[in-house]
Write a protein that binds this ligand. Structure first.
Ligand code: UT7
Length: 318
């Protein structure tokens, strides 16, 4: 199998900024509690004229433009989400239609919660190798605000809406590794958006313990598979659930804190969107340049986890 590299990125967030102080007017919480326990200071929620599909289409369009490719070049379209607008048509089908991608390509959604974008990369790599296509468009997109119980302070302060996307391209690149895993359980539960009010629930402490053990395990597996350690990486992007989780991992692995990107202060936890949003920010801010090596780790509902070592080969900072 050939490897893949990242050749374009994009992101989109809705217009409504919701601060911790805004939430303190709705539930018994405070900016102090949310900031110190999670690192989150604000998040974005969709307004009336915004939805998951509109975010996904915007982020995907930006990633495609960034790659310099045309819609006809895309051979696989995958959206990772747990909060799509419809059961069918899928979010990926709407992206295919609105971006004018070819009809003779697979377009479908993946549900692996916060690990979904990284599941998407590995699934797309398999499909590209199997079909002879060269480029895939992968989107991570969530509108979690519509799944949240806004009376439950233990969850409603954590999550946000947003989308991130990347184009990945088959190449002769030697470095690439991935790891995917599952430990089925109900620690994080959400019913789909529908006529009944949805209640997203989470056993926070259990998930915290899971996260702080699974990230080092993923990093270890990726290092073993790629033959490369954290020192060889230019940046590490972990799922942005809680600043304390990332700080714990940095301490445990005695790693360089500057390599671990954090942006949950501005977005909250955007589940499948968190890794590709962080990726796009790093690229657009010039902190990831063409040729850089990235390690990415996702973990969350399912429970699922996923990691990738992948090269950034985009044009943006050429
Ligand atoms: O994306 C999927 C992956 N998800 C995660 O990785 C999340 C992992 N878990 C976490 O990040 C943390 O467990 C949370 C941020 C969810 C919670 O932090 P914690 O330090 O584990 O708090 P806790 O659940 O132990 O609650 C501590 C106290 C409780 O009060 P008592 O029982 O000590 O009186 C809670 O009722 O904090 C209370 N509390 C709050 N207080 C003010 C819970 N939520 C809030 C709140 N504001 N929003």
């Amino acid at each position: 199998m050939k490897n893949v590299e990242i050749t374009g990125t994009g992101r989109a967030v809705p217009s409504m900024v919701v601060t911790n102080d805004d939430l303190a007017k709705i539930v018994d919480t405070s900016d102090e509690w949310i900031s110190t326990r999670t690192g989150i200071k604000q998040r974005f929620f969709c307004d009336k004229d915004e939805c998951a599909n509109s975010l996904a289409i915007e982020a995907a369009g930006k990633a495609l433009k960034d790659s310099g490719l045309s819609p006809e070049d895309i051979g696989v379209c995958i959206c990772a989400t747990v909060s799509g607008d419809f059961a069918t048509p899928s979010m990926a089908c709407m992206v295919q239609r609105h971006l004018g991608l070819r009809e003779n390509i697979p377009s479908f959604d993946i549900n692996a919660a916060c690990s979904g974008f990284l599941y998407g990369i590995e699934v797309a790599r398999g499909l590209l190798n199997g079909t002879g296509e060269k480029h895939a468009l992968i989107v991570g997109c969530e509108q979690l605000s519509k799944l949240m119980d806004m009376t439950d302070r233990s969850t409603c302060v954590l999550f946000g809406d947003g989308a991130g996307a990347a184009v990945i391209t088959l190449s002769d690149e030697k470095v690439y590794a991935s790891t995917l895993g599952t430990r089925g359980g109900y620690e994080i539960m959400a019913y789909g958006a529908g006529p009944k009010p949805s209640k997203l629930t989470m056993q926070g402490q259990d998930v915290f313990k899971f996260a702080t053990s699974i990230i080092p395990r993923c990093i270890g597996e990726l290092s073993e598979k790629s033959g490369l350690g954290l020192d060889d990486m230019d940046k590490v992007i972990c799922h942005q659930a809680n600043e304390r989780i990332i700080d714990f991992v940095i301490r445990r692995l005695k790693a360089d804190p500057d390599k671990f990107y954090k942006n949950m202060d501005r977005y909250g936890n955007t589940s499948a969107a968190s890794v590709p949003i962080a990726l796009d920010e790093l690229v657009k801010e010039g902190d990831v340049k063409r040729g850089d090596l990235l390690m990415m780790v996702g973990f969350g509902g399912g429970l699922t986890w996923a990691g990738a070592v992948i090269r950034y080969a985009g044009r943006s900072t050429e």
